[in-house]
Design a protein around this ligand. Structure first.
Ligand code: PAF
Length: 283
């Protein structure tokens, strides 16, 4: 079923709750790929009904970013989402979500200011605002997100804690192409040649993971290694490459055994910006 208005979505979710149904939500910006499908499939295994939201949120795009040309195809998404186990696709119009008198925004603290927050000022304010709205509109018990946007998962976990949403968050592993490239709706922008260069990000993560498994504990050495692997490819510009504490994104000088490190990379191929990450438990 397709729902496009907030009023209808509210009424549908309220009825499901009255019927004792467990609602899972998978928030997306559409142009669904196998990464989204893995979230929808997991939600449909764990919940009675699944709402997949499809909304290209203007609030999380900065000036000069790709809001206008972000890929959109609701019919295609509707079929993919339904086939993967979605009960309802919620696809509101922009003026339904942000009428002209819209004025309320949710700010997240320091966790949203580093890494992506530095390169995309205001991005997480837009993400958190729309996710808070989608939670209120769809009334889920569980919400599913991909680890591909690791910092985003931390920011949303903070939102759920701070604003006391009675929602359990489920984060599922990044789904990758055969050569390691993390699946992303933005991959459609890549030409075959750029697509090949884009694997530099994954290779950087692998190199750092191997270094950790061979005994490297110094975060700056891991960051330098990842930067070098990416920068060795002339076609990719590094925005950042960092090894930080998972969960907090705090810097550490050296990791200790048993600690979880978050390896974070972001780079640009021409105008196309890609991010990736890996979580590694220090042996
Ligand atoms: O990850 C995304 O696709 C978006 O940031 C989200 C969570 C759907 C909010 O617009």
């Amino acid at each position: 079923m397709l729902i496009t208005t907030i009023d209808q979505m509210h009424r549908w979710s309220a009825q499901q709750r009255r019927d004792g149904k467990q609602i899972g939500v998978v928030p997306t910006m559409g142009y669904l790929h196998n990464g989204h499908c893995s979230l929808i499939k997991c939600a449909s295994n764990e919940c009675d009904v699944v709402v997949t939201t499809i909304f290209v949120n203007p609030l999380q795009f900065g000036v000069g970013e790709d809001f206008e040309r972000y890929p959109r195809d609701l019919q295609r998404d509707y079929t993919i989402a339904s086939d993967a186990g979605t009960t309802v696709v919620f696809a509101p119009r922009t003026d339904e979500m942000y009428p002209s008198n819209y004025a309320t925004f949710v700010d997240v603290g320091p966790i949203g200011e580093k890494f992506e927050g530095t390169f995309r000022p205001g991005h997480f304010r837009g993400v958190v605002t729309v996710v808070a709205k989608l939670f209120h509109i769809t009334q889920p018990h569980l919400a599913y997100f991909g680890q591909k946007d690791y910092q985003q998962t931390l920011v949303i976990a903070q939102l759920i804690r701070d604003l006391n949403f009675d929602i359990s968050m489920v984060v599922l592993p990044t789904v990758r192409e055969h050569d390691g490239l993390a699946m992303s709706s933005r991959n459609v922008y890549l030409s075959p040649e750029q697509r090949h260069h884009a694997t530099a990000l994954y290779r950087a993560l692998q190199a750092a993971t191997n270094a950790i498994n061979s005994g490297e504990r110094r975060s700056h050495a891991l960051a330098e290694l990842m930067t070098k692997v990416i920068a060795d490819n002339d076609h990719v510009r590094v925005d950042y490459a960092a090894a930080v504490q998972a969960g907090t994104l705090e810097e550490v000088t050296e990791f200790s055994s048993g600690e979880q490190a978050a390896l974070l990379v972001a780079g640009r191929i021409g105008p196309i910006r890609l991010i990736d990450n890996e979580l590694v438990t220090i042996p």
